[in-house]
Design a protein around this ligand. Structure first.
Ligand code: PLP
Length: 400
């Protein structure tokens, strides 16, 4: 049966991580995979998560969760994304389902769209984007179209191309929107641009599907990072999907804690889509994993733990920001040619250095001290690298 199976090359990000692990250099730095590290290059267990785990251990059992997941978790996750006021207003028109982290939320969203919408809508995906978006939607049979999101000349968001894509797309198409901290460019629309985008979505009858993998992780403040989601749901009164992940903002990468949230326009649509989500979930995972959802909902529902989590968000986001400015300052002070303003304009865990492939290869191969070599070898280019520096060495820079 399986002689005809095609060989699929390994995922670019995980392949880079495998190369990183195999590299013997003591000075290596993994700039590929989007996982936060502390100043010693180690994974960081958030203090709020540790405390939540302690509380949980007293009463933990290992029963199945309901098909739609832990009800308190879904409610708290929705309240977090929408903010208390909008959540209150919208709650009877919401369908929610716990998912296998952000990836699972996207996949559930795709399953629901496929089950509800005929003919199958096209899915528009920004270019560049997180490497899995195309795979998730094309594996479900959607025709995926890319639209230009980034301008390598300005090293910034190409908002005009974004507007044009919305104006040209067929009504009822789906657009994947990075809610904040665009992966991999680090470039997000301004508030004004978001308003114009929301207006166009409504005018053109397009379905906004938010990929919200970094709420709170970007600015340190969930309310700021959820601006676009709330704008679309509240001001335009549109139906919208939100795919939430607690991998990054709670550091629960391996626990696979996520939630799909659908803001519908009527209570009846909410009841019906909720039933469909449960049917789709049942056939795929049956019951989502319990432990991470219990950790997350304990944090979100407890005022003290929630406060501690907000502090953790500030710790992570400020460290990332300070690394950006350190890199910027070092490049400028070492006389690296060109402008590096884009490095501090970008936000979130990812960003483009704007290096040419040959520079990336050279930095990778040489395990050089970047402050010694950047000034000699940097040239403006259109390739990207991730300046999520955990130390001072760039033996690995992503280039894909
Ligand atoms: N969406 C974006 C933009 C991401 O960067 C990631 C992970 O890096 C995900 C979704 C999925 O993350 P997870 O499934 O681990 O929650």
């Amino acid at each position: 049966w399986f002689d005809q199976a095609r060989f699929i090359p390994p995922d670019a990000i995980f392949a880079l991580t495998a190369q990183y692990i195999a590299d013997k250099s003591p000075k290596k730095v993994n700039l590929g995979q989007g996982t936060y590290r502390d100043e010693h290059g180690n994974p960081w267990v958030l203090p709020s998560v540790r405390n939540s785990r302690k509380l949980l251990s007293q009463e933990l059992n290992h029963e199945y969760l309901p098909i739609a997941g832990l009800a308190d978790f879904c409610k708290e996750a929705a309240r977090l994304a929408l903010g208390p006021k909008l959540f209150q207003k919208q709650q009877d028109k919401l369908a929610t389902c716990q998912s296998i982290s952000g990836t699972g939320a996207l996949h559930l969203a795709g399953l629901l769209l496929r089950a509800c919408k005929t003919p199958l809508p096209k899915v528009y995906i920004p270019e560049p984007t997180w490497s899995n978006h195309h795979q998730v939607f094309s594996s479900l049979g959607f025709q995926c179209e890319s639209f230009r999101y980034y301008n390598p000349e300005t090293k910034d968001l190409d908002i005009d191309s974004y507007y044009s894509a919305l104006k040209l797309a067929e009504p009822n198409s789906v657009f994947i929107i990075h809610a904040c901290a665009h992966n991999p460019t680090g470039c997000d629309p301004s508030k004004e641009q978001w308003r114009e985008l929301a207006r166009l979505f409504k005018e053109r009858q397009l379905f906004p599907l938010f990929d919200a993998a970094y709420l709170g992780f970007n600015s340190g403040n969930v309310d700021i990072d959820a601006f676009a989601i709330r704008l679309f749901v509240e001001e335009t009164n549109m139906e919208a999907g939100v795919c939430l992940s607690f991998a990054k903002n709670m550091g629960l990468y391996g626990e696979r804690v996520g939630c799909f949230l659908l803001a519908t326009s009527t209570e009846q649509a909410a009841v019906q889509t909720q039933s469909m989500l449960e049917m789709l979930q049942r056939s795929e995972v049956s019951n989502p994993p319990a432990y991470g959802a219990k950790i997350a909902s304990t944090i979100l529902a407890d005022a003290t733990l929630r406060e501690a989590w907000h502090d953790d968000l500030i710790t992570m986001s400020s460290r990332i920001r300070s690394m950006r400015s350190e890199l910027y300052d070092s490049l400028v002070s070492s006389g690296a040619p060109g402008s590096w303003e884009h490095l501090i304009r970008q936000s979130g865990m990812f960003g483009f250095l704007g290096l040419s492939p040959s520079v990336v290869q050279r930095l990778r191969g040489s395990s050089c001290r970047w402050s010694d070599h950047f000034s000699e070898i940097l040239t403006p280019g259109d390739f990207r690298a991730i300046p999520h520096l955990h130390g001072r060495q760039l033996s690995h820079i992503t280039c894909w």
